[in-house]
Design a binder for this molecule. Structure first.
Ligand SMILES: Cc1cc2nc3c(=O)[nH]c(=O)nc-3n(C[C@H](O)[C@H](O)[C@H](O)COP(=O)(O)OP(=O)(O)OC[C@H]3O[C@@H](n4cnc5c(N)ncnc54)[C@H](O)[C@@H]3O)c2cc1C
Length: 301
């Protein structure tokens, strides 16, 4: 029986695993990959190296250590976790069941794709999914935000503070009557294309044009040096959906110690209802969840 199984090898899971190893716990990290979303990097034709706060150095250091510590990791998907008496059973796709006294969920969240021609080709080449991370790179550039919810409006508002122009595609109705929606409608450098639908991403090495259908069925094309797909994130919480409390978006609810409502299950990073999807936030969450799990385990070691 393991003391601790950590599911997910992104910034949150890697940090939690390193903490657990240093505390000499019998720990196993189970993940589909090491690095998680830090494996994505946005490439832009006008930038070689960019200066956004990433925390990548610390994540890469932990990843390198774990690549070496083979006994502490297992590379495969987890499909379900169940509670049995005073421990947990982790069902994996390949190795069956693994037993643990405690669990940390660090499985992140998925970006929703547009699934239109050209999207796949230009992912992270002028087209990306995180204005929160990359907006500062678009000073005086022509940008497009695609999405209809809070995330898209927030992204458009942030880009509008630096970009030459922002087209917001897809937002409509109630979303635009909020304070941020009103602000966007009144901004000189923002054009809201209500109810338009993106049908293709075009480019030449990097995405630079978006083709869309207007509500009247016409096809139009706009220039976009940066395209941001800002649809709601889908948390990877399905393996514990029957076990712990989730919020309306499916994020695992945690308290300030990273504890879920089930003693012995902790969560960290983008899969939780904590604020801000950022590497350094996930790193901090992972450290906190590991220390919290250690406190839980101390009387059980
Ligand atoms: C395109 C893009 C660019 C970004 N750029 C930046 C940036 O420049 N700066 C910044 O601070 N933030 C950036 N972010 C946000 C940042 O990457 C995330 O907030 C951060 O990676 C979250 O860490 P995490 O560990 O919670 O989740 P993730 O990094 O998503 O890691 C989740 C891990 O769980 C694993 N996993 C998922 N499901 C299962 C399963 N069923 N079984 C086993 N393993 C599973 C995955 O394989 C992965 O290893 C970016 C995000 C995106 C999408």
């Amino acid at each position: 029986m393991y003391d601790l199984i950590i599911v997910g090898g992104g910034p949150a899971g890697l940090t939690a695993t390193m903490y657990a190893i240093r505390k000499r716990l019998n720990v196993l990290l189970i993940s589909k990959d090491l690095g998680g979303k830090t494996n994505y990097r946005l490439a832009l034709p006008w930038i070689d190296e960019y200066q956004v706060i990433k925390g990548l150095e610390v994540v890469n250091k932990f990843r390198n250590e774990l690549e070496y510590l083979k006994f502490a990791r297992q590379m495969e998907p987890v499909v379900r976790i169940e509670k049995v008496d005073d421990h947990f059973l982790v069902h994996t796709k390949g190795s069956g069941e693994l037993k643990s006294k405690a669990i940390i969920m660090a499985t992140g969240a998925k970006q929703q794709r547009l699934t239109v021609p050209g999207e796949k080709e230009f992912i992270m080449r002028g087209l990306c999914y995180s204005a929160l991370s990359y907006a500062p790179l678009f000073i005086d550039r022509k940008t497009v935000v695609v999405g209809h919810g809070e995330l898209a409006l927030r992204a458009a508002a942030e880009l509008a503070t630096v970009a030459k122009h922002v087209h917001l595609v897809g937002a409509s109705g109630g979303a635009l009557e909020t304070p941020i929606g009103e602000k966007l409608k009144a901004s000189n450098n923002v054009t809201v294309l209500e109810d338009h639908e993106v049908i293709e991403v075009k480019g030449n090495g990097f995405a630079n044009r978006l083709v869309m259908k207007t509500p009247r069925g016409e096809t139009i094309e706009i220039e976009a040096e940066g395209t941001f797909i800002e649809l709601d994130l889908i948390p990877n919480s399905q393996m514990v959906a029957d076990l712990v409390d989730l919020n309306e978006q499916g994020c695992i609810k945690v308290d300030k110690h990273g504890r879920t409502n089930i003693p012995g299950i902790f969560a960290a990073g983008d899969v939780t209802d904590n604020y801000a999807e950022q590497v350094l936030v996930a790193v901090g969450d992972g450290a906190k969840a590991a220390l919290s799990a250690y406190d839980y385990l101390l009387p059980r070691l």
